[in-house]
Design a binder for this molecule. Sequence first.
Ligand code: MLT
Length: 306
Amino acid sequence: ATVLVCDGITSDGIEPLVRLEGIELIFGKIDDIEDPEMIEGIMVRSATKITESVLERFSGLKIIARAGVGVDNIDLTAATKKGVLVVNAPEGNTISTAEHTWAMMMSLVRNIPQANQSVKIGEWDRKKYTGQELYQKTLGIIGMGRIGSELAKRAKSFSMNVLVFDPYFSLEKQKELSVTSVDLDTLIQQSDIITVHTPLTKDTRKLLNHDNLKNTKKGAYLLNCARGGIIDEEALLHYLNTGHLSGCALDVFEQEPPINRSLIEHPNVIVTPHIAASTIQAQKNVAYMASDEIKSFILNKPLKHA
Ligand code: MLT
């Protein structure tokens, strides 16, 4: 079988496939492949978009493995229609994403990127960059899957109160993590800092929007290190401009690279280029897990995340 590895997926993570007999690995871009009908497996991160027309070109495709969590870059309906299996690697980048979110949160409340920039250009203003403590603040976590749960643990170790909103979150887990489950409106009204950790679906698109962001605490902070579009960017900019929100940290955007310059350039917005999962460890983990799934598929063994 021929497997195409896209998006610069790290070669030291795809060991399970390298050692497999009868496998040919090709590294490259979907657009550059001359005989797409020969490819039976494709491994992608988020940059490659697997659309219906890509699926048509790659007519011999049997499996798409996403080295990462979100499968929003793959047309699942079209893949299902064509009988192409889609698998992901949801566990590999949990810690990296939670750690990046934490780094963004601390940077946000202490104005670290802005203060860093000011010292570099020769300024010395200690008053302007006065921050806030996380201690005893209320953190609202929307989405208590793997990443949200890891974040809750870190928040507890900083003595924060943690409110969570997740319809699928069990009472048992709530007790284990010492967090309080509330409805979305309560979380929005009572949190000092709100962070989202859900996939992007029709239910979560613009989950935070004009109507509910107005109910946030005055001076609240927002973070999105999950998927662009969960927070409505236009509404976010509006409440930053009115001064109602103190600031926000974004690793992901409605469109990537982002085009909304007024949001990016806002002095109280800190940004990174979708790198929450970009660590040596996470990229190796997700590549390993995705290749392991392709290997199981080829060997007719059960799959973990189909
Ligand atoms: C993911 O969904 O796994 C992350 O957004 C990271 C990535 O796009 O690779």
